[in-house]
Design a protein around this ligand. Structure first.
Ligand SMILES: Nc1ncnc2c1ncn2[C@@H]1O[C@H](COP(=O)(O)OS(=O)(=O)O)[C@@H](OP(=O)(O)O)[C@H]1O
Ligand SMILES: [Mg+2]
Ligand SMILES: [Mg+2]
Ligand SMILES: [Mg+2]
Length: 404
């Protein structure tokens, strides 16, 4: 029996139905993409890693890498620098700097191959100095953690002298506001290192401009939080076995310290800034080198705050670490040279460790340090770190002294 519809009409009606469907679908897709342009979050859910990632692995690798590099710096000091204190020969610190940078970058590359790295040193001068390069390789090639498993996690020994130079040059990233950027200072406080005083191996992870992880090794800081360090020179305890601390922090998870061991990580304990009821009873930490540290301005700020205790002078980010564990309270780094831009590797790890220990870290105007501007803190001037409750008072005093 005929339906009364010709085959041609049937084909035509199916075609019409099909094209209407395609048209409807394309309208829906267009509207969806317009909406997503106007309100990206409507269609694309915001990345959730900012709040949910705990950075456990990053912290662990950073701690192990800093620990292994610290072993090298100590070896270099005892073999090369001991006794050369305040001589003009800078080679010990150069060896330590390059070697520690190579070891840490290798560990980052092995575990987080896609991350960017902003490191202080670069290998071009080293490529021209074959003797120095060979000397660094001689020391670096045998450095390992006592614990084989931990050492393996870091990638084991470096492959060759040539690959060591290439690895050093992987720290040339421009940094910036996007992505994962490790900030590395292989030896911070080079003058302290040469003097046998304080220095620090510093590594921070910045994600989308925000510091998430920090690890600092301070081979010459006393393990005992309460041990006094020479207030005028920042030098360590005479008994060297009582020295060596590894600090770390993850954003939102607090700061810890542990003895800087040579094998598997020692047990960590939480650290926090010292509760001080009256700001007049607090203690300043400041730099040792007059060329870096405005000690006169610091003294004027201390006087305005009624502080009478002498400042503790320390090289390097050991200053951040010291106030984070209550061996001092306020770290001032007021500008010395008008145009100097602080480097991110001199502050990233310390900034986080202090904030996670209950402190605040700002520039001299009271603005948070901005790690999204590239290799330097281009948007900031100086650093003021203090217990959160005192920060405003300290900033007010700084503003008066510096006539801001
Ligand atoms: N003008 C000026 N102002 C401030 N900071 C400067 C300045 N010039 C250099 N630097 C960097 O500071 C790093 C050493 O800082 P310290 O805190 O150890 O300084 S101090 O020597 O104790 O005064 C030191 O880092 P390292 O090179 O890693 O030792 C310097 O890079
Ligand atoms: Mg430095
Ligand atoms: Mg350095
Ligand atoms: Mg330097």
């Amino acid at each position: 029996m005929s339906t009364g519809i010709s085959p041609l009409a049937r084909v035509l009606s199916r075609f019409l139905l099909f094209s209407t469907l395609i048209l409807a679908l394309s309208v829906v897709f267009k509207a969806r993409s317009r909406l997503s342009l106007l309100y990206p979050s409507f269609i694309t859910p915001p990345p959730t890693y900012h709040t949910t990632m705990s950075y456990t692995q990053e912290r662990y690798i950073a701690e192990l890498a800093v620990q292994r590099a610290s072993i090298l710096t100590q070896k270099v000091f005892f073999e090369k620098a001991k006794g050369t204190v305040s001589k003009d020969d800078k080679s010990p610190v150069t060896i330590g700097d390059f070697g520690a940078q190579a070891l840490i970058i290798q560990a980052i590359r092995k575990n987080f191959p896609n991350d960017d790295i902003v490191a202080e040193e670069e290998a071009s001068s080293l490529r021209e100095d074959k003797a120095l390069s060979a000397e660094i390789w001689r020391l670096v090639k045998d450095i390992k953690l006592d614990d084989a498993e931990s050492d393996n996690i870091l990638g084991g020994p470096l492959a060759s002298e040539e690959s060591m130079l290439d690895i050093i040059d992987e720290g040339k990233s421009a940094g910036g506001a996007k992505g994962r950027v490790w900030a590395l200072d292989p030896i911070d406080g080079t003058k302290g290192f040469l003097r046998g005083g304080q220095y620090a191996v510093c590594l921070g992870l910045i994600v989308d401009g925000d510091v998430k992880v920090g690890a600092i090794g301070t081979p010459n800081l006393p393990v005992d939080d309460a041990a006094t360090i020479d207030a005028s020179t920042g030098a360590q305890q005479a008994d060297s076995s009582a020295n060596g601390v590894l600090f770390s922090a993850v954003l939102g998870e607090g700061a810890t310290s542990r003895p800087l061991a040579t094998g598997a990580l020692a047990a960590a304990k939480p650290i926090s800034m010292r509760p001080v009821a009256d700001i007049a009873h607090s203690v300043f930490c400041e730099g040792v080198e007059a060329g870096h540290s405005a000690q006169g301005d610091n003294a004027a700020v201390a006087e305005r705050l009624g502080i009478t205790a002498p400042s503790v002078r320390l090289d390097s980010q050991a200053k951040y670490c010291s106030i984070a564990r209550g061996a001092g309270d306020i770290y001032l780094r007021l500008p010395v040279k008008k145009d100097y831009q602080e480097k991110i590797w001199d502050h990233a790890a310390g900034d986080l460790i202090v904030r996670e220990a209950g402190g605040q870290v700002t520039d001299i105007y009271g603005n948070r340090l901005d790690f999204s501007k590239g290799r330097t803190l281009a948007a900031n001037k100086g650093v003021v770190a203090a217990p959160a409750a005192f920060q405003d008072q300290v900033i007010d005093a700084v503003k008066v002294v510096l006539k801001l």
